[in-house]
Design a protein around this ligand. Structure first.
Ligand SMILES: *Cc1c(COP(=O)(O)O)cnc(C)c1O
Length: 391
């Protein structure tokens, strides 16, 4: 049973709460909407000990997931990914408690599976026939897979220069593909132009409220896997910011459930590419919102997002946690993909490699201390990016 009650404006604009039985995308003020739960009731009735015998996927936290009535999740067993204690890499860096949350183990090879499982679950419950999304690649693959599983039609819009494996995997799941000149923002514009008049249900990052709910489960899992003690640092490759926003939201929920001690949340670190670093720039310059990055360019497709609609929420999480934002080069990311591979047998995407590059910066700056518990998020696997490994 879920304690899901309503949708609320993430910017606190004062708009009335919305009924999730209807189709909603953004708040009337233009900000993302967030799902809210009756956490007081849940705290009374839902002990964390109840998790022991549950399915090893993200729906083990169904009380705090967007399910209404007797909705069944659309699931391919996403989530509950391994938290790898990376001893060899840790020894090299002088860290005893270094972990990699290995999201490459998700269906379709990336953590996008979490968000799209939740979004397609709601889309299915709302009886929409067709779902659509702009994507740099991984979101399109995940949407295509979950839509196929639910028997919905999927329309995906990707930049024309997207790597071939992403196109082939969409085809595999029977999605209709449109390639668009430009970047993900351009793909978003075209998706809207074509899809809106036809009533397609758009699941663009943070323009619908449920992908965040899927991604927030990463924080529930981390807490559970670390025996209900927060790590000191979470290092996360940030594009649209769904994961940052989702985890920050989940910290609050988990604290209010009484499952962890309050007051020592992890410091959140955003990692971006030096060829597209709007959040890094905004944090350094004390801005509340980011400015659109010009000529965005990086091999890490998931980070090639010139401006995120939830930028103010990402910046809030970074500031409130006393975290950091770090830009790294494509060359460093590729090097660190190889390091994760060679030292740990982990298959990392460039975005995953980037988190290790950022950790090196934090160590050099003396911010991360040898006894700190550090979690790197390997958000996807290497197999769709093999071309970047050709030397
Ligand atoms: C989409 C994506 C990201 C960025 O994720 P957000 O949560 O939207 O910031 C990072 N890494 C990979 C592999 C991705 O596909």
């Amino acid at each position: 049973m879920s304690y899901f009650t309503h949708l609320d404006c993430s910017a606190g604009c004062g708009a009335e709460p919305l009924d999730p039985q209807g189709i909603h995308h953004l708040c009337a003020c233009g900000a993302p909407l967030l799902a809210r739960y009756d956490i007081e009731q849940a705290a009374k009735n839902w002990p964390r000990s109840s998790l022991v015998n549950r399915a090893h996927n993200m729906w083990r936290y169904s009380e705090m997931m967007p399910l209404l009535n007797d909705d069944q999740p659309v699931t391919l067993d996403e989530g509950f990914t391994p938290l790898r204690h990376t001893l060899r890499l840790g020894a090299e860096l002088g860290l005893r408690s270094l972990y990699v949350k290995d999201e490459s183990c998700n269906p379709t090879n990336s953590f996008k599976a979490r968000g799209l499982s939740a979004a397609v679950t709601r889309a299915n419950a709302l009886n929409v026939g067709t779902v659509s999304t702009p994507s740099a690649g991984n979101a399109a693959n995940a949407l295509a897979a979950y839509a196929a599983h639910a028997g919905l039609k999927a329309k995906v819009f990707m930049p024309r220069d997207v790597k071939t494996p992403f196109i082939r995997e969409c085809e595999l799941y029977g999605a209709d593909i449109t390639l668009v000149d430009g970047l993900i923002n351009d793909a978003g514009r075209v998706a809207k132009e074509i899809g809106a008049p036809l009533g397609w249900y758009d699941v663009s990052t943070l323009k619908e409220p449920y992908r965040v709910e899927g991604k927030k489960t990463m924080a529930y899992e981390l807490a559970e896997q670390l025996d209900w003690v927060w790590p000191d640092w979470i290092i996360y490759p940030t594009g649209g910011g769904t994961g940052m926003v989702g985890m920050w939201k989940a910290f609050d929920e988990i604290e209010r459930l009484g499952w962890v001690k309050t007051g020592n949340r992890p410091k959140m670190v955003t990692v971006q590419a030096d060829g597209c670093a709007p959040i890094v720039h905004a944090l350094e310059n004390g801005l509340q919102k980011s400015e659109a990055w010009k000529n965005a360019n990086t091999i890490a497709d998931g980070l090639r997002v010139p401006r995120a609609i939830g930028d103010f929420l990402i910046l809030q999480a970074l500031r409130e946690s006393a975290g950091a934002a770090i830009a790294v080069s494509d060359a460093d990311m590729v090097n660190d993909m190889r390091e994760l591979g060679k030292l740990e047998g982990i298959s990392a995407s460039p975005e995953g490699g980037a988190t290790l590059s950022a950790l090196r910066v934090l160590l050099k700056q003396g911010k991360v201390q040898p006894n700190d518990t550090v979690v790197l998020f390997n958000t996807g696997g290497s197999l769709k990016y093999l071309d970047v490994l050709v030397s």
